[in-house]
Ligand binder design. Structure first.
Ligand SMILES: *Cc1c(COP(=O)(O)O)cnc(C)c1O
Length: 379
């Protein structure tokens, strides 16, 4: 089955009881048993729920994986992966990381004796330097947030295999439409389903997909024991959102390309970070690893002050200033004062994150309106 068919059909089936075409919302916490322990595969909805099962199977298919597990947020999915580790274990992660991931690694899991290294994953020697016998997990994110750097998943996967460590890729920015990390050797793919997968900015959810039966046993044990599972109504909404993932992504990519080129030619813009430009330092990796370049980008202004950035983002009318990304509507964000505010300024600057950097999630509106909005805001 091709990707554009999987979004609609994979993992889902008409309801056996009624023939309902769309997956019903099984709004129930528990299930009747005919005798103790005799049931139809469902005992309690933290453990299994039929709406969630169909979504999990659909997500696995979209990444070309065997198994999928859904969580109540992207952070709950990340939490589950790190709980595979034990005190003393070490993790190598990218330094251009989603702020919430940096926070859970350093503010939660370091207290439990897990050590994190943050490196520039574009530099494979730097990654190798941090590897030792205790390295159990490599955590990659590509494209990275908010600088849209591209990590070569295949190269990092070779390092992970040699180290005997798991490679988990946060594929939120790309979505399975643009990139399937397991094809390049990732062991686990993590998604904030909240973003492109759901696509309508009305659900918070996370997911993990992978092939290994051993990981299924360990991660579903963590999922059930810790309990960060989504409800059936949200699973229904995400299944509904995913049915148009391919159409939305196609438009996000077209609009993204037009906006990136508009910004690159604007005299007040000093730099545009978008992997579709030939001048992007990882353009060739992006071309090989991704199917297209997406609608996420960042740009800086010549003055490079927080005030200048605030002036632009407060003037846009269609680009709404908000956290999050990947919805049908265009959003803007200012990482230094929003998503990355929890990363100390010195760390931000080390990672190349400038004060005037504005991040855009280009939506699927008419692109002429989007460009007109940016034109009047930048001035
Ligand atoms: C939003 C996001 C997360 C966290 O997901 P939530 O659904 O908000 O918990 C993790 N990684 C990336 C890249 C994200 O954009």
């Amino acid at each position: 089955m091709k990707f554009n068919t999987k979004t609609i059909h994979a993992g889902v089936h008409p309801d056996p009881a009624t023939g309902a075409i769309m997956t019903p919302i099984y709004q129930t916490s528990t299930y009747a048993q005919s005798a103790p322990g005799e049931h139809k595969g469902f005992e309690y909805s933290r453990t299994h729920n039929p709406t969630r099962t169909q979504l999990q199977d659909n997500l696995a298919a979209l990444e070309g994986a065997k198994h999928g597990l859904c969580f109540s947020s992207g952070m709950a999915a990340i939490d589950a992966v790190v709980k595979l580790l034990a005190p003393g274990d070490e993790v190598v992660s990218t330094n251009d990381l989603y702020g919430g991931s940096y926070r859970i690694f350093t503010k939660i899991f370091e207290h439990y004796g897990i050590k994190f290294h943050f490196v520039d994953m574009g530099n494979l020697d730097e990654v190798k330097k941090c590897i030792n016998a205790k390295t159990k997990l490599i955590w990659a994110e590509t494209p990275t947030n908010p600088l849209l750097r591209i990590v070569d998943i295949e190269a990092i996967s070779a390092i992970a295999k040699e180290a005997g460590a798991l490679l988990c890729v946060d594929n939120t920015f790309a979505s399975p439409y643009l990139q399937n990390p397991m094809k390049w050797g990732a062991d686990i793919v993590m998604h904030s389903v909240t973003k492109y997968l759901n696509g309508h900015s009305d659900v918070v959810m996370g997911a993990l997909v992978f092939d290994s039966d051993d990981l299924l046993e360990r991660l579903s044990f963590i999922q059930n024991s810790c309990g960060g599972t989504p409800g059936p109504q949200d699973c229904f909404l995400v299944l509904r959102g995913i049915k148009t993932l391919h159409l939305r992504m196609q438009r996000h990519c077209e609009n993204g390309k037009a906006v990136a080129h508009y910004l690159a030619n604007h005299p007040k813009v000093s730099k545009v970070y978008w992997p579709g430009f030939e001048s992007h330092p990882n353009h060739d990796v992006a071309t090989r690893q991704m199917n297209d370049f997406g609608g996420m980008m960042s740009f800086t202004l010549h003055g490079d002050s927080i005030e200048e950035a605030h002036a632009v983002i407060s003037k846009t009318k269609l680009f709404t200033l908000a956290e999050s990304l990947g919805g049908v509507e265009s959003l803007s964000g200012h990482p230094a004062s929003m998503t990355h505010a929890s990363i100390p300024k010195e760390e931000r600057e080390k990672a190349g994150l400038k004060d005037s950097l504005i991040r855009l999630s280009v939506g699927i509106e008419d692109v002429d309106d989007l460009i007109e909005d940016l034109a009047q805001a930048i001035g």
